[in-house]
Design a protein around this ligand. Sequence first.
Ligand SMILES: Nc1nc2c(ncn2[C@@H]2O[C@H](COP(=O)(O)O)[C@@H](O)[C@H]2O)c(=O)[nH]1
Ligand SMILES: [Zn+2]
Length: 318
Amino acid sequence: MSSKNTRRKVQTSLSSPEIDIWSLDTNQMKKLMLEMYEELELLQILRIDSSCISRFLDAVEGYYHSNPFHNFRHSFCVTQMMFVMIQELTLSKYFQPLELAALLTACICHDLDHPGLNNTYQINAKTELARRFRDKSPLENHHAEMASCILDDVNLFQHLSLSQQKEIKEDITFLILSTDMSRHNDILGQFVAIADQFDFNNPRHRSICKSMLIKACDVSNECRPVNTSEKWVDCLLEEYFNQSDLEKSSGLPYAPHMDRDKVTKANSQVGFISAILIPMFQSLTRVFPSIETLLLKNLREALSHYETQDQLKGDNTT
Ligand SMILES: Nc1nc2c(ncn2[C@@H]2O[C@H](COP(=O)(O)O)[C@@H](O)[C@H]2O)c(=O)[nH]1
Ligand SMILES: [Zn+2]
């Protein structure tokens, strides 16, 4: 296929969960991130110049480590899924351009400078990050702080009024902090409590909804076709196993779901999809019914794929 055709194919799939995210190199991912802001007319509306946003994307990319999972491609996937949601759920009908820009920018920045070792490690190993943030979401606080520094450095929102700059920066910090999975039950519970009488005119409802949206995008790999998502599980388990190996050799506690002697791809995904993903995406369908066909369909297929694998494994060992 000619490069022109490939490009057209990528463009048409930018708002689809079916996009082939593994075929993209770093420069293509940055270009597509820029296109998302352009498509939503955010550069024009918020008067962001393209050289400024390119400097922002270069800086962000430079701060992502080459971890197996928490790397720049993960940032791209989370951001692209947010773009899918914005387009397919017509979120611009409900949210202001400033809020859409905060959602996209928070996704891009949400795991900045991630060291590949999670909050539990940071706290148990008494790292500098854990000390600095007194064991409260050390990683997410750090990602948010990094985002704020980069945004100030490149002055991305320089043409907004001071109060708008304050508002968008606070929104980005709030959204990044929402991605701490230790807050999952709390945030999901708040959303479930309001879902059936959801009111877009209520600022609290809007905030909870935005937290849910970024959380959903952050863990949305299994909403993509299985042949795309399966590779992410290998990446995640590689990062988990590296961490638990380090914890074992350092005499620190380690979680069973990260232990190479206990975890398989299938049992990890059956648990995560059924306990976390399906309830979360199902709750979102109460406000956005089209999530059922857009994302839940792939999730259910992934669940049945991993249940079959898990079953076969069980049969082979008995
Ligand atoms: N077992 C699985 N765990 C997953 C998967 N996708 C995400 N996750 C976990 O959630 C957090 C998300 O937060 P992040 O901001 O750190 O990216 C991640 O660290 C994993 O622990 C999955 O498909 N399976
Ligand atoms: Zn993430």
